[in-house]
Design a protein around this ligand. Structure first.
Ligand SMILES: [Zn+2]
Length: 73
């Protein structure tokens, strides 16, 4: 797809790190499959990946951990 942020390049398949913050809670998930713009670095997740990530973060929240770094597998 064409990058909608800079409109200068086609995105390429790669991996991104996604960060969530809510009050005291922080989670970072690395190695998330995404489309990356080689020109500006914007990353795009597909709907399935986004839904899965949100579910995962909700689960971490429920467990009450505050500062999580994990890989998306
Ligand atoms: Zn771009």
């Amino acid at each position: 797809m064409n990058c909608v942020v800079c409109r200068e390049a086609q995105t390429v398949r790669g991996f991104s790190s996604i960060r969530f913050e809510r009050d005291e809670f922080r989670a970072v998930v690395h190695q998330v499959p995404a489309q990356i713009c080689p020109a500006c670095g914007e990353s795009y997740l597909d709907e399935v990946t986004t839904a899965d990530l949100l579910k995962r973060v909700e689960q971490i929240l429920e467990e009450g951990e505050m500062d999580i770094v994990q890989d998306y597998v």
